[in-house]
Design a binder for this molecule. Structure first.
Ligand SMILES: [Zn+2]
Length: 116
């Protein structure tokens, strides 16, 4: 049986993204560095790559994309657990961070301000 050559244009063969697509990775995948991920009990669930995930914000319900690069940073640099994913949109996270300011009493303050 003669091997049939796959006809892939040269520019595509040299495109690293195309190589990923050939390997079954999504086009926007970012390769994972498994040695940087926080170890978990199940090796099977360790992602080999990250790709953009759309999620609904827990707080305001807005849909936002958790990008592959953000995931790589979260799991490999911030050492986030592999069981965690994005829950809040950028705006809500910023709002929470701003109101936190290290003081847990913000809710009382907000309420009294709103009732005025
Ligand atoms: Zn939100």
């Amino acid at each position: 049986m003669a091997k049939r050559k796959r006809r892939i244009p040269r520019y595509k063969r040299e495109d690293p993204l195309e190589a990923k697509r050939q390997a079954g990775y999504p086009a926007n995948a970012v390769e994972a560095d498994l040695t940087q991920q926080v170890p978990n009990n199940s090796y099977a669930s360790k992602p080999l790559y990250y790709s953009d995930i759309e999620f609904e914000c827990d707080t305001c319900g807005r849909r936002e994309v958790w990008t592959a690069t953000q995931q790589k940073w979260w799991y490999e640099v911030a050492k986030g657990s592999l069981y965690t994913t994005a829950k809040r949109c950028r705006a809500c996270r910023a709002a929470i961070r701003a109101t936190h300011g290290g003081t847990p009493r913000r809710f009382h303050k907000d309420r009294s301000q709103n009732s005025n």
